[in-house]
Design a protein around this ligand. Structure first.
Ligand SMILES: [Zn+2]
Ligand SMILES: [Zn+2]
Length: 139
């Protein structure tokens, strides 16, 4: 985890937070739809236990879709495992990170509805708070 400052693309405020490298720690970040909170998915055994398998498809494989859009139904299955954020928003893979000051998009529309951009985003930016998967699971 590294201290980091990002200037918000919506309000230009300098936002302090931590950058978390997702690649080395094998995590995925699901941002809230309406506040800066982020859900960190790191326990992949959860998915196995719940019968969700991650498709490892290359371009041209059967079932593969442009921009890795074949991942969207998997994303939805995973998102359905978690409670909503305490603000009432929902944690989704394709949500872009939000600014704690203006609640606008901190880095713009970073994923453009293309899972491949999400997969290539190797860092999560945590400003106000994060929650681990295990603590957000539905009962
Ligand atoms: Zn802002
Ligand atoms: Zn929220």
């Amino acid at each position: 985890m590294n201290a980091h400052t990002v200037s918000c693309q919506s309000c230009n405020a300098q936002i302090a937070g931590s950058m978390i490298h997702l690649g080395f720690s094998d995590m995925q970040a699901l941002y809230c739809s309406s506040c800066p909170c982020v859900l960190l998915l790191k326990d992949w055994t959860l998915l196995e236990k719940l019968g969700i398998s991650w498709p490892h498809l290359q371009a041209g494989d059967q079932g593969w879709q442009a921009w890795d859009r074949h991942l969207l139904p998997i994303y939805q299955k995973i998102e359905a495992l978690f409670n909503p954020c305490s603000c009432g928003g929902t944690f989704r893979f394709m949500n872009s990170p939000r600014c704690p000051k203006c609640k606008g998009l901190l880095r713009g529309d970073v994923y453009e509805d293309k899972p491949i951009l999400k997969e290539r985003d190797l860092y999560a930016f945590v400003s106000v708070g994060s929650i681990y998967d295990i603590n957000a699971l539905k009962a």
